[in-house]
Design a protein around this ligand. Structure first.
Ligand SMILES: NC(=O)c1ccc[n+]([C@@H]2O[C@H](COP(=O)([O-])OP(=O)(O)OC[C@H]3O[C@@H](n4cnc5c(N)ncnc54)[C@H](OP(=O)(O)O)[C@@H]3O)[C@@H](O)[C@H]2O)c1
Length: 235
């Protein structure tokens, strides 16, 4: 029997890599998509050589190469059962900046939709988990386009859950403050705890529990699960 495999975008670093590790621990093979950063996962595999045969590195620029990526996946000796749309760009930009707006909508919402369609063509049964963001409800001009793109991904989650039922389940995890943003100091990140109702930033364990729940709960679809210590309640 072919190994059951999960395609995870942006799988080789930070939260994507945490989801890779959890998927491996749950017994899946991982099609570990990356664009340019794969060192973190390479290093982890050096320390965990037993897992190496279950990881297939898949390089692609997702805005232009999703077709080529899926064509390569078709040749692998695995059975695709899951898709995790994790890759994303967290960048400033208001909706007044047309080029930036289009780019953020493309990477953070349209690419996941495109991958969901491609996944649907290949998987007779399975699940999709989109990674959105818990902190997107307030109007914030600085990260306006990012937030709108993630809201759109949340909407796609519910629409696709309806469209692809009963064969596929489609859910989302909306993380809160899990890791400092690039360039954010640990001190500034830690101070976020004072604004989070449950009094702390999130851990990989928090993310892993939510992920496992959505993977295993075969009567749950169309949900956006906030894993944020209640941060979205105080936007
Ligand atoms: N970090 C947090 O605390 C937090 C909070 C809320 C939500 N989230 C969400 O959780 C997810 C992971 O967060 P993170 O902080 O770990 O993300 P990250 O460090 O920003 O990593 C994003 C990944 O996306 C990939 N990527 C971006 N654009 C791409 C493109 N055009 N083609 C291919 N790959 C592309 C990057 O690849 P390269 O590095 O190779 O370019 C990278 O692997 C994201 O969806 C994010 O919005 C994170």
């Amino acid at each position: 029997m072919k190994n059951q495999a999960v395609l995870i975008t942006g799988a080789a670093k930070r939260l994507g890599m945490a989801l890779t590790r959890k998927s491996l621990a749950m017994g899946f093979s991982v099609l570990a998509h990356y664009r340019s950063s794969k060192e973190e996962l390479e290093q982890w595999l050096e320390a965990h050589p037993d897992e190496r045969s279950k990881v297939h590195f898949m390089q692609a620029e997702l805005t232009t190469e999703t077709g080529a990526l899926m064509a390569r996946i078709d040749k692998l000796p695995v059975k695709l059962v899951g898709l995790v749309n994790n890759a994303s760009v967290y960048a400033r930009g208001s909706i007044d900046e047309a080029e930036r707006f289009n780019a953020l909508i493309d990477t953070n919402a349209f690419v996941p939709l495109l991958l969901a369609r491609e996944f649907r063509k290949r998987a007779r049964a399975g699940w999709i988990i989109n990674i959105t963001d818990a902190h997107i409800d307030a109007i914030n001009h600085e990260y306006q386009s990012y937030r709108i793109a993630k809201k759109l991904l949340g909407e796609f989650t519910m629409q696709l859950a309806s469209l692809y039922a009963p064969d596929l389940r489609v859910n989302a995890v909306a993380p809160g403050a899990m890791l400092p943003a690039p360039g954010q100091s640990p001190e500034v990140f830690d101070r976020l705890s004072t604004r989070i109702p449950l009094g702390r930033t999130g851990s990989f364990e928090d993310l892993w529990r939510a992920y496992e729940y959505l993977v295993k709960s075969d009567y749950v679809t169309g949900q956006v699960l906030y894993v944020d210590g209640g941060w979205h309640l105080r936007v």
